[in-house]
Every structure is written in C-alpha cells, then in structure tokens.
Design a protein around this ligand. Structure first.
Ligand code: ADP
Length: 564
C-alpha cells in the first residue's frame, strides 16, 4: 500500500485502526473487496479461484449471466471476471445488462475469452464497457496482477468515499459547533441587552471624554432629555458647577487607570432643576470606554436636607429652651430666696406670740399661732429644698475621685437620733469603693435617700437599712435598701418628679422634692438612679456613679454618656 495513502487514511479515519464504532464501516485495510467470477464451467471457476485465493479477497462465483446479475443485486463488486462464452446469456449480453443498472454501470469488467476469438470479442467487449481482457489459457500472475489493480482501485475509491464522508461529518460537526456558539452568543447578548434596557437604574457607556455613547431608558426618565439629546452633550455640561471639580477629578482618575470611581453629584434636568445622582463607574481602557451605573438619589438627598434643617431647628430650640430654663431656675432661686425673708419674720412673730404672749392669748389664739408657726416651718423647708434643687441644676460641678466609706459614715451620723428612736438596724458594706463624682452633690443624694428610708419605716416590723455597692461596667452602684412600706410599681417613675408625693403631710411629712433632687444630682454627675420596690416589702433605691474619670482623649465609654 502507498504509505501516503495510509497516512491520509489514519489522519482522516482515526477509528479505522481500532475498534469500529457503531455506524462506521470496517477499516479499509481489513475490508475485502468482492470479486465476481462468472463462468458456466465449474472447473474454470475453480481454477480462477485457485489463482486469486492468494489475494485474500472475497471471491463470489456465478454460474451464469443471470446468476451474476442476482449477485450484483446483493452487493457491490470491485471487479467482475466475465467469461464471454456462456450458454443462454453470453458474457456480452450479461455485461450489457450489468451496465444498465445504475449501481453497477461503472463496475470494472474483465472479459475472459479464448485467443481464437480475441479480436472480435475485444472490440465488442470494449463497446460494452470492458476495462480489460484476459485470454485463455490464463496466466496466473497476469490474472492476479490485473485483478489486484482493480482491488486496489476499489480500495482507493472506498477510501476516498470514506474520507469524503469523514470530511463531511467533520465539517458538519464544526458547522454545528459554530452554529451553537453563535446561538449562545446571541442568547447572552440578548440577555445582556434585556438587563440593560429593563434596569431601573441608569446604565450607560461613555467615552473617556465623558460623552455618553449608549444608555438605557432610565436616563430619560430621570433627567428628562431624549437619548439623542443626551448623546449630543458631554456629561460634564449637565453637572452642577459646584460639583464639576470633583467630577473632573474622578474622570481623570478613571482615565489614569483607577479601577472604579464613585460620586454623588447634581445633574441638570431638562426642566432646569437639578437631580442628585449617585454614580459609580469602571473604565475599560482597551476601548477607551467607561461603564457607568447611576441612581437617582434626589428623594434621599431631599430627606437628608430636611432632617438637617429640622436638626438645626431643634438645636436652636434647645439653646432657647436651655436659656429659658436657666432663667426660670434663676427666677425660681431668687423667689425662693426672697420669700424666706418675710417668712422668717412671720415665723419669728408666731414664735414670739407663743413664747412671750401666750398668757394673753385664748386657747383658740394659741392654736392659731401654733398653726402659723408650723406652716411657716413647712414653707421654710419647702423653700430650702427648692433652693437646693435650683442650686444643683445650675451649679458648676467639678468631679473628684473619692472613697464612699467616709461620707456614708458621716451622713449616717447625722441621722443617728432617728435611727436610735426607731430602733433601726443599719448594715453597711465595706469597703464601698471609690467613685469619680461631685462630693457635695453625692452627700445631698445620700442624705435624701437615707432620710426617706428612716421616714418610711413599716409600723409592724423592726426597721432595717442596708447600704452597699456593686460594680457595673464603668460604674459603682450605690444601693440604699430598706424594709419599709414600699412603693407600688406604677409610682416608681413618678416619684422622681418634682413635688410628687404619695402620702399626706400628716402621715409622712415632706416636700416632694427629695427624689427629684437625687435624680438631677446623679444625672449631672454622669450617673443615673432607679428604684425596685414592692408595697409592704421595702424599697431598693440605687445610684450609678462613674467609677473612673473619662479618658483624656474624650473617647468616653458610651455607657458613660448619660446626661440629664
Ligand atoms: P418626700 O420624701 O419629701 O415626700 P421625695 O421626693 O423624697 O419626697 O419622695 C417622693 C415620694 O416617694 C415620697 O412622698 C414617698 O411616697 C415615696 N418614697 C420615697 N422614698 C421612699 C421609701 N424609702 N419608702 C417608701 N416610699 C418612699
């Protein structure tokens, strides 16, 4: 075999050397050509077969022209060896019929004829499409050589046919692949276009000068210009003059290779108003293009502006209120202060009546004078509390670090008489720890809490007071607990308000200012107060005070940021 043919065959028919896949034909090298031997004489057929066996092809015998035609119906032949002299239907007749069939019209025919008839036969045979002649007696080598030529020719033809088929199939699959790729690309582009056109945000592609080349419908909706109007201007022309420098800076950054840029800016609407756009963009330097995503944030910006305006208004009102509050407190203070002078004379004269003129008074007169003295005393207490409260609200408080043990012991000493009179047992934790607070205010707070615990004792059991501290993050919690009459939950918040009292003055005397003062004082020191209490079981008042000074950099623990 021609080695080039073999190479070509291998290249084009990779499967031929190995297993033949379903639907493909056998390898060419293995394919045996069909050779039709036509002779009415069995001995001659046998002789032909004997000579051709060594070619290792598929030899098919036919004993007559009719038989030969039958064989041709069943398969294709590489060559037909046709005996000219046959009874009934001779070789020429047979050849003529073979040629009439389209499937065999080009099948090579070698006529076998005797030397004696050769001249006449040869001429007729060629006219019937014979390709060669063999003269009897047959020379085996000549027969083999001639048949081999046609076997090889058949093989080559088959090979070319297959190569053609293979090429066709390759081209077909390549074509199909290309078609699939095109369809895929189209599908992707369609999807991208859909994404582009349907997006609610503004999507656009601009050149490096900021001119919009492609944009979706949202631009028109937001800015009012048609697509062609937008494409005919530079994006920069629409930017608010104040926002242009920042915009130009971002564009330059993109041109210099910055991977993304983001900005908020105002863009002129067709109606002359400005819309706020937030946009982000990414450049594609290979094509000098910028891909832009923009969103209309005008409503948010308007809301922000409104909030800023309201905040400003609020701040102004706060300043005004603080001023008014300060003035009121000053007024309050001066009234309380000034009222004490006539009150003192009222109280002094009532006392003088009772002490110096009691013998001149009737019992009713004595009773009136006593009432005047008591009321004057109550009023004085009230004014003193009001003055204390006003002072606390307005005073500058310079906090310091101090231990609680000393002031607690000192203040317990002040109520020692009441403790003894009411047989109250007092328990104090030790050590109580240190706080960073304003000592005089702390004393005022504890005085009020202690005097309440001593005042609101339950009549049916021995009174107990416990003073202790616990640590919470950043704070020391001072607790003043008693087992007195207790407070209903619905009053827990209310009792810290000014002049809030739950009892009449006869049962439990007081002004209703004490706990308001406790709260105000604690808050002004950066702390807070609270109560846990149940009617008939006692009360637990607590005050959280800063344990440490705030850090010098001002980064105060957020839990410390409690102010009144
Ligand atoms: P005052 O003691 O002068 O009445 P406060 O502001 O100190 O005013 O207290 C407000 C009210 O809270 C009191 O009238 C009382 O009803 C209630 N209260 C305060 N402390 C206690 C306590 N330890 N036990 C029970 N009730 C209390």
């Amino acid at each position: 075999m021609n080695p080039n043919t073999l190479l070509l065959e291998r290249a084009l028919l990779p499967n031929l050397a190995g297993e033949t896949p379903k639907g493909t034909s056998r390898p060419i090298a293995d394919l045996k050509a069909n050779i039709l031997l036509v002779d009415d004489r069995p001995d001659k057929l046998l002789a032909l077969e004997a000579v051709l066996t060594s070619l290792d092809q598929n030899l098919v015998q036919a004993r007559s022209g009719k038989d030969a035609l039958r064989q041709l119906l069943k398969r294709d032949f590489a060559v037909i060896l046709l005996d000219v002299s046959m009874p009934t239907m001779d070789g020429f007749e047979t050849a003529s019929l073979i040629r009439q069939r389209p499937s065999s019209e080009h099948t090579p025919i070698i006529f076998i004829t005797s030397i004696g008839n050769s001249e006449n036969h040869i001429a007729r045979g060629y006219s019937l499409g014979a390709v060669d002649y063999l003269l009897t007696p047959i020379v085996p080598d000549v027969l083999r050589a001639k048949v081999s030529v046609f076997v090889e020719l058949h093989r080559q033809t088959e090979l070319i046919k297959r190569q053609g088929e293979q090429l066709r199939r390759l081209e077909e699959s390549k074509h199909q692949r290309e078609m699939a790729e095109v369809a895929d690309r189209l599908e992707r582009e369609t999807r991208r276009n859909r994404f582009f056109t349907l997006a609610l945000d503004m999507l656009g592609i601009a050149d490096f000068e900021g001119r919009l080349l492609q944009l979706n419908a949202s631009w028109e909706e937001v800015l009012g210009y048609t697509e062609s109007e937008l494409r005919s201007v530079s994006g920069m022309d629409l930017v608010h003059p104040e926002d242009r420098p920042a915009m130009q800076e971002q564009m330059q950054a993109l041109r210099n290779g910055c991977r993304t840029a983001q900005l908020e800016g105002r863009y002129r609407h067709k109606d002359g108003s400005y819309r706020w756009l937030f946009w982000s963009a990414a450049p594609f330097p290979a094509e000098n293009l910028i891909y832009i995503f923009a969103r209309d944030i005008t409503p948010r910006k308007q809301a922000e502006a409104k909030v800023a305006m309201l905040n400003q208004e609020l701040e102004q009102r706060l300043v005004a209120l603080t001023t008014i509050n300060g003035e009121l407190e000053a007024f309050n203070y001066s009234i309380a202060h000034d009222l004490r002078t006539p009150l003192r004379s009222m109280s002094g004269f009532a006392k003088a009546l009772l002490e110096d003129e009691s013998s001149n008074l009737t019992p009713l007169g004595l009773e009136y004078a006593t009432r005047i003295a008591r009321s004057a005393n109550y009023m004085d207490n009230l004014l003193l509390d009001m003055l204390a409260y006003s002072r606390l609200a307005g005073a500058d408080m310079v906090p310091e670090q101090f231990t609680l043990d000393e002031p607690v012991a000192e203040l317990l000493g002040l109520v020692e008489k009441e403790i003894r009179d009411h047989k109250i047992s007092v328990e104090v934790g030790s050590p109580l720890g240190t706080v960073f607070a304003h000592l005089p205010t702390f004393k005022q707070i504890l005085t009020n809490l202690l005097s309440n615990s001593v005042k609101f004792v339950a009549p049916d059991r021995p009174a107990q007071i416990r003073i202790l501290t616990t640590r919470t993050p950043g704070y020391i919690r001072l607790s003043v607990q008693d087992n007195g009459i207790g407070i209903a939950p619905e009053h827990h918040e209310k009792i810290f308000g000014l002049f809030q009292r739950l009892h009449d003055n006869q049962t439990y005397p007081g002004t209703g200012i004490g706990l308001a003062l406790v709260r105000k004082g604690a808050e002004r020191m950066g702390g807070r107060v609270g109560v846990e209490s149940e009617v008939g079981k006692g009360s637990h008042f607590w005050v959280d005070l800063p344990a440490e000074p705030p850090p010098p950099d001002g980064n105060e623990n957020p839990s410390r940021r409690r102010q009144s």
